[in-house]
Design a protein around this ligand. Structure first.
Ligand SMILES: [Zn+2]
Ligand SMILES: [Zn+2]
Length: 349
């Protein structure tokens, strides 16, 4: 059995742990519906950092990386519709397909989803050369697709899901809280649709610049500006019809409640399991506001994200800041993630 380099997570108690680069066995097909994939590109996600810091659970000794694509290297006996050489992208969240949620078309709420299944978090993922994935977690890609761009399909599918939940209308003023990679990917998709004005709230200067580059009408620094006053000034005292919280902290939940308009919709997207928020129920009743969650993505969002990448609808070059070899995963990739000096980092194993 051959060996391959992999970024492996080692748990230290309850609060996160350490990622090390090490040699592991190349996996083999075990089930008849398995597919062995040669990984061509894998994006680093904020979740990978949260796993290290203890803000997101993960299994011990697992190979991280859940935003990846590659080439079919071998297939199990029962796989009839893929062949060696086909290009595929992984949906890391394995959905059962038969529970009531899956059958209603809400497969992102699959009843068996949260029970330690996700590839790259609870099972081995994409920061390595090969991975074995069941056929049902794979989407075939057009043969001419660029792998570096295709590594954005997973986060883009989540942005598509979020955009659909937000139900943005032409006359809406929209605020995105946080211009990290996810906030910016959401901004990219929002900007493809008609909307009144788009504002982005972000403390880091280079990310605010990027938000402007991607089409924000105005950017606000929450550390130096009065966000509430700025949004009221910019919207004729009306506030934001849609707020997308791409951060998910107690502080952003608080900001959202200062800027949402009457009938405003707050979409909670960013996740931090430690965040706690307070809310006045009557602020919801009196102004008929709503709070909606947007969690990962469904199969339909994957299909849409694949089309968006294939058709170059999203300017991926503005979103991908670094392309690095797996050898530099810790020295460069995770370092940039910790310092927050990059955007989307794509690892080429
Ligand atoms: Zn992710
Ligand atoms: Zn299910």
């Amino acid at each position: 059995m051959g060996k391959m380099l992999a970024a492996v997570f080692h748990k230290k108690g309850e609060n996160g742990g350490e990622i090390t680069l090490e040699q592991v066995d190349i996996p083999e097909i075990k089930q008849n519906n398995d597919v062995l994939i040669e990984i061509k590109a894998c994006g680093i996600c904020g979740t990978d950092l949260k796993i290290m810091e203890g803000a997101h659970p993960a299994n011990d000794n697992v190979i991280l990386g859940h935003e990846f694509c590659g080439i079919v290297e071998n297939i199990g006996e029962d796989v009839k519709d893929l062949r060696k050489g086909d290009k595929v992208v992984i949906d890391p969240n394995l959905k059962c397909g038969i529970c009531p949620a899956c059958r209603r078309g809400y497969d992102n709420q699959c009843e068996f989803l949260a029970t330690d299944q996700t590839f790259g978090i609870f099972q081995n993922g994409g920061f390595t050369k090969y991975c074995v994935i069941p056929r049902r977690a794979l989407y075939q890609l057009p043969i001419d697709i660029d792998f570096t761009k295709a590594a954005l399909i997973e986060p883009l599918s989540c942005a598509v899901h979020c955009h659909n939940i937000a139900g943005v209308k032409e006359c809406d003023n929209l605020v995105i809280l946080g211009a990290g990679p996810m906030g910016l990917i959401i901004e990219s998709i929002i900007r493809k649709h008609p909307i009144n004005q788009l504002f982005v709230v972000e403390p880091m200067e280079f990310r605010r610049k990027k938000a402007l580059e991607l089409g924000a009408n105005y950017v606000i620094n929450p550390e130096t500006d009065d966000v509430e006053k700025e949004i009221k000034d910019l919207t004729n005292n009306h506030g934001a019809d849609v707020v997308i919280d791409a951060v998910g902290k107690s502080s952003t939940f608080e900001i959202a409640q200062k800027i949402w308009a009457s009938r405003g919709r707050l979409i909670l997207f960013g996740q931090d399991s430690r965040a706690v928020g307070t809310i006045k129920p009557n602020d919801i009743v009196r102004w008929q506001r709503s709070i909606l969650g947007s969690y990962i993505s469904s199969g339909v969002d994957y299909l849409d994200a694949i089309s968006l990448i294939k058709n170059n609808t999203i300017d991926t070059d503005k979103l991908i800041s670094h392309k690095i070899p797996l050898d530099n995963f810790l020295s460069e990739g995770m370092k940039i993630m910790k310092e927050k000096t990059g955007l989307k980092i794509i690892v080429i194993p």
